[in-house]
Design a protein around this ligand. Structure first.
Ligand SMILES: C[C@H](O)[C@@H](O)CC(=O)C(=O)O
Ligand SMILES: [Mg+2]
Length: 475
């Protein structure tokens, strides 16, 4: 890769090895409950999550020599405190470790974290425990990339196939892909890496927007936002559906009338339907020519998604899912069975970068397109790195693929996403783009942040210290 063509980019070194005993011992791990009052404007609302307050459990890892790694997992408000507790419960596995040792055998460390002999009982590898794992693991990757002075996508795109594969725990997926096969695939794709990287740096990676389509938005808001995003060059738009069929028809008609027939429309039911209901409902919406129906039913129902896929294929509608897919094992089954045609990895639901790399490899091998879920706090910031890895090292195409884009909470990050003409431009700053600005951390920490104190005083939110609790039970 010739960086003389990109004078604004730093000269990244190929070296990625971290050396133990150089002050990289992890001395502390902090975690905070961060929330934003998005429910007030119905931002992020869908058929199942009608009042989301976009939130995250925000982890910072500190080393002895004062390096930092920032990581997070996305949540919707209530319950973030439970994820914070789960992070505390896992922290004894992290604090005191030498980060260099972790990075030099990351797959083994990941297995240790997800196999904690008592905590795994309340997972395993799913739910709150896995959200907490994601926040910690994302912070570790941010730390590693910062130490190497590279954005995360560049750190992983520069790795030798063997080094990258060493970061992955292949337990439970070797029936689909083995480490040896993964190395072979990455080696075969390696000669094109420089070219793909050059193209990504020049053109960026295509995005679609969900900002126009939150379920709680009025006609006026939807109309205004469709015009706004059209004028910014967007060609693909996602709309929330699933609560009321007549209303869905009205909203799909409205959006189609503005974006025209040449643009792409996707619809997202956020798990609201039974399988047969999903099929019947989507037959009614087929006239609006949606590219995909997202999360038509329970995120755990592999065969249900397969039935929906088969029923809707003749209508030209695909099935997309993954934002609540619990782990690589569930992804394996969706991918193997043909139950998903678009694989929507989420950077903060499964166990961080390591497990997501496994999903990318399986999706590549099984020929399924990956279109990451994003939009929640920090998700756009993170998934851009992951999809760039796919573009440079694996699929090496963006044909028929996009990264979701939602314009919320970016201003709170030190290195927010940069979207130009509906394309994510590759981040340049070292790390995983996960660091929150100090003012954001101080303003929105729940419930003590200054912004929350103002909201309590205004009566828009109730201060949890005034929420009545039950008297202690008498035995
Ligand atoms: C509650 C979230 O906003 C959810 O609706 C996001 C989602 O499904 C998506 O972006 O896709
Ligand atoms: Mg969705």
């Amino acid at each position: 890769m010739n960086y003389d063509e990109y004078p604004e980019f730093p000269r990244w070194e190929k070296n990625f090895t971290a050396r133990s005993g150089e002050g990289l011992t992890i001395r502390n791990l902090s975690v905070r409950d961060m929330r934003w009052p998005t429910s007030l404007g119905a931002h992020g609302s869908d058929a199942m999550h009608t009042d989301p307050d976009y939130s995250c459990a925000y982890v910072v890892i500190y080393t002895m020599n004062d390096n930092e790694g920032h990581g997070l997992t996305f949540t919707l408000g209530r319950g973030t405190d439970i994820v914070v507790q789960a992070v505390h419960a896992l922290s004894h596995l992290v604090v005191g470790q030498d980060a260099a040792d972790i990075f030099n055998d990351f797959g083994a460390f990941w297995r240790k974290l997800t196999s904690e002999t008592q905590l795994r009982w309340i997972g395993p590898e799913k739910g709150v425990m896995h959200l907490a794992t994601a926040a910690i693991v994302n912070a570790l990757w941010d730390l590693w990339a910062r130490i190497q002075h590279k954005p995360l996508w560049k750190l992983i795109a520069d790795m030798e196939p063997e080094q990258l594969v060493r970061c992955i725990d292949f337990r439970y997926i070797t029936d689909v892909i083995t480490p040896e096969e993964a190395v072979k695939i990455l080696r075969e794709r390696k000669p094109n890496r420089d070219r793909m990287e050059r193209e990504a740096l020049t053109r960026g990676y295509p995005a679609y927007t969900t900002q126009v389509g939150w379920l709680g938005y009025s006609n006026e808001t939807v109309t205004q936002l469709c015009h706004k995003y059209l004028s910014e060059g967007f060609t693909a738009f996602k709309l929330k559906v699933g609560q009321d069929l007549q209303d869905d028809k009205r909203r799909c008609k409205l959006v189609r009338s503005i974006i025209g027939d040449d643009k792409i429309l996707m619809v997202d039911a956020n798990q609201n339907w039974d399988v047969q209901e999903a099929i019947a409902w989507m037959k009614e919406l087929a006239v609006f020519k949606p590219l995909w129906i997202e999360e038509p039913t329970s995120p755990d129902d592999v065969l249900g998604h397969l039935a929906v896929s088969k029923a809707l294929a003749p209508l030209g509608i695909s099935v997309a899912t993954g934002e609540m897919c619990a782990n690589r094992v569930m992804f394996k089954q969706f991918l193997q069975s043909g139950a998903m045609q678009y694989c929507q990895i989420d950077s903060a639901r499964i166990g961080g970068v390591n497990e997501i790399l496994a999903v990318y490899l399986m999706a590549y091998k099984l020929g399924v397109k990956v279109c990451p879920h994003a939009g929640g706090v920090g998700l756009c910031e993170m998934v851009q790195h992951l999809q760039l890895f796919d573009y440079i090292c694996l699929s090496q195409t963006s044909e028929g693929r996009f990264i979701e884009y939602v314009d919320q909470q970016h201003e709170h990050f030190v290195n927010p996403v940069h979207v130009r003409n509906s394309h994510y431009m590759p981040p340049k700053a070292p790390g995983y783009s996960t660091e929150l600005r100090r003012e954001a951390a101080e303003g929105y920490e729940w419930p003590v942040g200054s912004e929350w104190q103002k909201l309590f005083a205004s009566g828009k939110f109730q201060d949890p210290k005034h929420v009545p609790t039950l008297p202690p039970t008498k035995h």
